[in-house]
Design a binder for this molecule. Structure first.
Ligand code: ADP
Ligand code: MG
Length: 260
């Protein structure tokens, strides 16, 4: 009878975690449903448990309380249909960009097909990396390397993409540009996205909804609908609604915790 829950691609119910049974919870009482092709951002102060939450959705960590489900099944281990992008691309330095992108397929199946390679080229093209496909990672800027990491995750065509502060290591301008690039990719290849960031402006610019977490133990302070039109662009940043939304979130993060 739980129709709404059943339609969610990712569902967290009463999720909490403690790394040590003697220690306090680092995350608690998280309820969140993420629907098909929705882009949900999570913001919160450093140490509030954002990465912990993402690891629980990915299956790398089993929650001590509550349940995380993906496609209505409890998550017990990492799944092939869930892709992850971390802060660092961690490219293999001895492989070209294209080979890095194809590496997970090669690793998993022992080889890849001509059509995999074609798709890799298409994704590289979409990410503006065609002319770098045969270069080695250390010939690329940090922003480009991070784009390669995103393409690598997309090549596996995951239904769900988990991103943990993927742009944190980049300078502000690159960061904004890569955010728009991500939105373009997401528009052309829709995915359900859980995007962790500590940047309020980035969360507002990119997402459909934002989960605002309190400081540790991280719990839900608010779940905010980002009613800004798409496609988003640098114009979005100048709109009054953008300023209102960023102010609202800033109020939660920089002022004493307000109960949800
Ligand atoms: N593997 C671990 N073992 C013990 N404590 C951890 C571990 N990972 C994270 N923590 C603690 O859990 C809390 C939340 O961490 P984390 O999820 O990384 O927060 P965030 O990503 O929001 O900065 C922090 O206090 C951190 O020190
Ligand atoms: Mg983190």
């Amino acid at each position: 009878m739980d129709q709404a829950k059943n339609s969610a691609y990712v569902s967290m119910q009463g999720v909490g975690h403690q790394y040590d049974p003697q220690a306090p919870l680092v995350v608690k009482d998280i309820d969140l449903d993420i629907h098909r092709h929705e882009f949900v951002a999570v913001v919160g102060p450093s140490g509030c448990g954002k990465s912990t939450l993402l690891r629980m959705v990915s299956g790398l960590l089993i929650p001590s309380q509550g349940e995380v489900s993906v496609f209505n099944r409890p998550v017990t281990e990492p799944r092939d249909d869930v892709g992850i992008v971390f802060q660092k691309a961690n490219l293999l330095p001895w492989l070209t960009v294209r080979k890095n992108v194809l590496f997970p397929l090669k690793h998993k199946y022992g080889s890849y097909s001509a059509s995999d390679e074609k798709r890799a080229n298409e994704l590289l093209e979409m990410a503006g990396l065609t002319q770098f496909a045969d270069k080695m990672p250390d010939e690329l800027s940090g922003g480009m390397q991070q784009r390669v990491g995103i393409v690598r995750a997309l090549l596996l065509n995951p239904d769900i993409l988990l991103m943990d502060e993927p742009f944190s290591a980049l300078d502000a301008l690159t960061r904004e540009q890569i955010g728009f690039d991500l939105l373009k990719i997401w528009r052309e290849h829709p995915k359900t996205v859980l995007f962790i960031t500590h940047s309020i402006s980035e969360a507002v610019l990119l997402s459909d909804r934002i989960l605002v977490m309190s400081k540790r133990p991280g719990t839900v302070l608010d779940l905010i609908e980002v009613d800004l039109p798409r496609p988003r662009s640098s114009k979005t940043i100048n709109s009054p609604r953008y300023a209102e939304l960023t102010d609202l979130i800033r109020g939660y993060i920089y002022e004493p915790d307000v109960p949800a």
